[in-house]
Design a protein around this ligand. Structure first.
Ligand SMILES: [Zn+2]
Length: 353
């Protein structure tokens, strides 16, 4: 099913040397491909090991222009030593087997730390004046003048905004989960995909390695805004994939709306809001198609499977007019919503997202 495994890009990705767009593409692939995720864990492990052992076997030339300052030394290993680092990572990749490395490296924590930012945030009904702990099943609550930060185990942090109610559901290494009852959180996560989840009344935000803001009310009306990486918002078999720079409205009993780039035209955003409320609004569909740019194939790709079959050909034709349809994607299969075809197309389109 996968035509482009990303094995060859993983070391450069771990080193932060890919362009943001290429990095996004790798992240999307990783989120969907267990094979590449296993390899990524091995590459990370290799690089992490190497950074702990910076003086072993490094070629002498690396140290030539470096004084004794440890920070400078580390910097030099990061830059000058890259080929050596990658060779080491490749060697570890061969030597290390198994997919559970990340879990071994990240010990379980039953309690997470909470820090007050302002006001009087409360955990389980008790005001946190400086720092406190929150455990499974406990609520973090803020009022109109309070904010707090929660450490999400070892993988990141969540800022709890004002007037927010959020509960800790799971703190396992393979499942860090919050339930957002109402209000707003800002999550910054640095971990392999699918370790951090936020449940809301209209679906679940699944972290694919990212930074995002999520707001919701008790009904599930809300907004997801992604600033780095990807988030998958899921509800009842429906999924919206939201990359950096894009947002997605969520709605009670309808789940995630169509994702759209924040720099889309106002006319397109208004049409998307209407389209979400009244599914068969042809006028709104006309505007969405007419206003779409190449990167708005993000929206159109999701739209393909959410319009009636009678409208689907129009969406396909607009996409095909905006950007060449790749080999392996046929009109017929796309209109049938053949899963492999849509995946293949998305992989190509995502280069423009
Ligand atoms: Zn792969």
């Amino acid at each position: 099913m996968w035509t482009r495994h990303v094995s060859g890009k993983l070391a450069a990705y771990a080193d932060g040397e890919l362009t943001p767009r290429a990095a996004q593409q790798v992240e999307l692939h990783l989120a969907r491909c267990p094979r590449c995720r296993r390899e990524q864990a091995e590459v990370r492990f290799g690089l992490a090991m190497m950074e702990r052992l910076p003086s072993i076997e490094a070629p002498d030339t690396i140290w030539a222009a470096i004084d004794a300052n440890p920070a400078d030394r580390r910097q030099a290993v990061m830059s000058a030593g890259r080929p050596w680092r990658l060779a080491f990572a490749a060697a570890v990749l061969v030597a290390v087997a198994g997919a559970a490395i990340w879990r071994v490296a990240q010990p379980s924590e039953a309690q997470w730390e909470v820090h007050r930012i302002e006001g009087r945030p409360a955990v389980a009904g008790r005001v946190v004046s400086g720092a406190g702990q929150v455990g499974i099943g406990e609520w973090i609550e803020t009022d109109a003048g309070s904010r707090a930060t929660v450490a999400i185990g070892a993988i990141g942090s969540v800022e709890v905004g004002r007037n927010t109610r959020v509960r800790v559901v799971a703190t396992r290494p393979e499942e860090h989960r919050l339930a957002l009852d109402r209000g707003q959180i800002h999550a910054t996560i640095s971990a392999p995909p699918k370790l951090f989840f936020v449940d809301t009344a209209s679906g679940t935000a699944v972290d694919l390695g990212c930074e995002y803001a999520l707001s919701t009310d008790e009904d599930g009306s809300g907004l997801l805004q992604v600033t780095r990486g990807w988030v998958s918002f899921q509800w009842n078999g429906l999924e919206s994939l939201v990359p950096a720079g894009a947002s997605c409205q969520t709605r009670p009993r309808m789940g995630p709306g169509l994702p759209y780039f924040d720099d889309a035209t106002d006319a397109m955003k208004q049409a998307l809001a209407i389209f979400g409320r009244e599914k068969v609004d042809r006028g709104a569909l006309d505007v969405i198609l007419a206003e779409s740019r190449v990167r708005d194939t993000l929206t159109l790709w999701h739209l393909l499977s959410r319009v009636e079959a009678s409208e689907r050909a129009r969406v396909y034709d607009r996409m095909a007019a905006l950007t060449p349809v790749p080999a392996g994607v046929s009109r017929e299969k796309a209109l049938e919503l053949d899963a492999a075809t849509l995946t293949r197309w998305r992989e190509e389109l995502a280069w423009t997202w």
